[in-house]
Design a protein around this ligand. Sequence first.
Ligand code: PMV
Length: 330
Amino acid sequence: MDQEQKQHQTTRCAASPSLALVKYWGKQAGGVNLPATTSIAVTLSHLETITEVRLVDSYEKHCVRVAGCLQDSERYSPFFDNLRATLDHDAWFEVDSINSFPTGAGLASSSSAFAALAFGCTRALGRSVPSAQLSRIARVGSGSAARAVYGGFTRLSAGAQQAEQIAPQQHWSDLRVVIAVVDSGPKSISSRSAMSRSAETSIYYRNWIDSSEDLAQRAERAILHRDIEALGSAMRQSYLRMFCTMFTAEPPIVYWLPETVAVIRACERLRHNGIPAWETMDAGPQVKVITTARWSGRVAEALSRETGNGEILVVGAGAGPRLIETGAVT
Ligand code: PMV
C-alpha cells in the first residue's frame, strides 16, 4: 500500500492534560518552545481534549475549531509547518476539538490540545510515530504538550526537544489531584505572553532559572519513592518561585483571586492537621492539590467551602493519547 492509500479520512482521538508539578516557565533560544527549565509532570485522568481530524484536499479548507469557534490560524501555523516538514508530507486538515473541562483557564488545555492534535494528524496520515517523535511534534504547538503525549509521570528537561516518561500511571495509583476551579472564564493573559513578559522584565527570572533544576531533581526522586511530603515541598517552591517572576514582571501579572488565596490557606490548615494536601498553580487562578485516595474526599470538602460555586474535580494519574476511531480508508 502506498502512502496515499493508507491515509484515513477521519480520525478521532483524545489526550489528557499534563499538570506540571515542577514548572516549565521560560524558553531557551535556538528552537521553538525549547524549555528554559526542567519540568516534572503528571498526566491527569478523566479530563480530556477530544479531537477530530479530517484530511482535506486544499489549503483553503484547512482550519481548526475549538468548541465550534474558528481559531487564529497563525497560532497553529508553526505546528502544522513543522508537522509537514517532519513527516515530509504536504497535508491539510480540518480539525474540530472540544474539552471536557474549562478551556484556556489555567487547566493545561493547550497541553492536551496539541498532544491530541499531533496524535490525530499523524494517525490521519496513516503514520504511527514513536512517542519521542510525537513529543517533538506536539512541543512546537505548546511546550507542555511535549509531556502530554505520555501517560503517567514525565520529565521535559531544560533545552530538550522532547519529553520522556519517568514512571507509568500505575506507579502511584493512589495519588489524587483535587482541582479547585475558582473561575472557569478564560484567563486575562495567555501563558505564552505571561512567560515572555516574566523572562524579559522580572529581576527574579535569572534566580528562577538557576534554582529550578534542583527542584526538578527533588520532585523526580520523590515521585520514584512515592513520597508525597517531599514532592509537595518541591512543588510548592516551584509554583511560588514561578509566580514571583510574574508578580515582579512589568506590568505585573496577577492571576490570583481572593478564592485562590483562601484555597491555599485551606491546604495549610489541612497539612497542619496531618492531611497531605500540597497545592500548585499554573497560568490562571485555579489551584490543584495533590493528596492520596484516602484523603481526597476530605480535601475536596475543605476546598469546596472556599470556592463558593466553583467546581471541584478529583482525578488521578492518567494515560497518554488514545485513538477513539478512524474513518474510511481511502
Ligand atoms: O505549554 P504552555 O505554553 O501553555 O506553558 C505551560 C506553562 C505552565 O502551565 C504554567 C507550566 C507547565 O509546565 O505546564
